[in-house]
Write a protein that binds this ligand. Structure first.
Ligand SMILES: Nc1ncnc2c1ncn2[C@@H]1O[C@H](COP(=O)(O)OP(=O)(O)OP(=O)(O)O)[C@@H](O)[C@H]1O
Ligand SMILES: [Mg+2]
Length: 393
């Protein structure tokens, strides 16, 4: 059983012109947004026309990429460089052939746009004003994931970029991203909703009176549970959306196919911690089962030690010895340093063990390691430092 992973060389992935979509996924807080931005910047600086679709970037990072408002439109990122040149890019985000655009996903706006493009203006207005629609479009679990997919589909169809880098929403589970379109599709043409709408549609037809009474009873119960106003909202909403059901499913299927297409690659990101790696394992298995193209695992925020040859045990032993010898201030400093070093070495060792365990379970999944930076990553230079680890060395 091999415990040395195949190296994941992200530069190879981004330099390969056949790569058209890179999806960065992983559980909450592991660095998806940071890695997506770093991949986008590096690819642009290596000559590709890139758009990065981010979800909820930290404010300072967003600002450094020129993202000041949630407007659902890709904006040029200024200040990119290429080929070792320090010459900043011009206004349009162009730099020696490469270019970078970035956008923040506005979930509600994306949803509204779909409605507007699928329904005539009156009906669209009716749907947009519907309270049930309003809460669905801004709070339904999975809506954000669905909309990220939807936006990806739109960007791909626009065909203006040769590489689309997608960040995924801060879900509890990385799997939510893959399940969302189906879940939302199922919900929108689900049985419960059909049942709720049924009385409105069947009402008045004599032959169906008995059946209607049955539905009426069901609706009666449901009304008690969810309240009559909400039920009326749902009924109007679903009637209005009826013409769009096919549209939603079709779009979800289109995007799902896109994710399985040859030009797509998934990067699964994890912190070198037990929970994040367990989540990454699930994700890797799921991608495999669904026939989705996994490029590899990125272990982000990996710790290293500047004095790796001094083990935790020897470092602690030295601290003990020193403590017995003298109690001067300088010696106290040394003792502290030795203890901190021991702690760091334990962390390094624990991260290494977790990485080995992952590779033992998934020997064919390539792995890249990104060192933990001393500070948060919030500007283009910080992203470049992250990107420097994409060489696979
Ligand atoms: N290699 C790194 N070294 C140091 N800090 C990092 C590194 N990678 C990411 N960070 C920092 O960790 C924090 C979380 O990163 P990020 O926002 O990219 O995670 P995320 O997976 O997108 O989170 P969410 O699930 O909330 O969307 C940020 O403050 C970021 O600057
Ligand atoms: Mg994020």
């Amino acid at each position: 059983m091999s415990t040395t992973p195949v190296p994941l060389v992200i530069d190879q992935l981004i330099d390969d012109r056949r790569t058209r979509i890179i999806v960065c996924c992983g559980s909450g807080g592991v660095g998806k947004t940071t890695i997506a931005a770093a991949v986008g910047l590096r690819a642009a600086e290596r000559g590709r026309h890139v758009v990065v679709l981010t979800v909820d970037p930290a404010r300072r990072l967003a600002q450094s990429m020129g993202l000041t408002s949630l407007d659902n439109t890709p904006r040029p990122v200024t200040g990119i460089r290429t080929g070792g040149s320090r010459r900043p890019a011009d206004e349009a985000g162009q730099a020696h052939g490469g270019s970078l655009h970035a956008m923040m996903l506005d979930m509600k706006r994306t949803f509204d746009e779909i409605v507007e493009s699928h329904a005539d203006p009156d009906r669209a207005a009716q749907i947009l004003a519907n309270p049930f629609y309003q809460s669905l479009s801004s709070s339904f679990a999975g809506t954000q994931e669905y909309m990220a997919m939807e936006k990806l589909g739109q960007l791909r169809r626009a065909d203006e970029w040769d590489l689309i880098v997608v960040d995924t929403p801060p879900s509890r589970s990385a799997l939510d991203f893959l399940d969302a379109p189906q879940r939302l599709g199922k919900f929108l043409d689900g049985r419960l909703l059909r049942l709720l709408v049924a009385p409105a549609k069947l009402g008045g037809r004599t032959g169906l009176r008995v059946l209607n009474a049955g539905f009426g009873m069901v609706t009666g119960v449901v009304t008690k549970i969810i309240g009559s106003q909400l039920l009326r909202d749902v009924q109007t909403f679903v009637s209005a959306m009826d013409t769009m059901f096919g549209g939603f499913r079709e779009r979800a299927e289109y995007t799902y196919r896109l994710l399985r297409a040859p030009g797509t690659s998934f990067l699964v990101i994890a912190a070198p911690e037990q929970d994040a790696l367990r989540e990454a394992s699930y994700f890797v298995e799921r991608l495999e089962r669904d026939g989705m193209p996994l490029a590899g695992l990125i272990l982000n925020r990996v710790h290293r030690s500047p004095a790796a040859r001094l083990s935790a045990a020897r470092s602690l032993a030295a601290a003990e010895t020193l403590q017995g010898l003298d109690d001067s201030e300088s010696s106290a400093l040394g003792i502290n340093a030795l203890r901190l070093h021991a702690e760091r070495m334990r962390q390094v060792e624990s991260e290494r063990r977790l990485a080995v365990r992952f590779t033992a379970a998934h020997p064919f999944v390539p792995v890249a390691q990104i060192p933990a930076q001393p500070d948060d990553v919030h500007d283009l230079n910080g992203l470049r430092v992250i990107g420097a680890a994409f060489t696979g060395e």
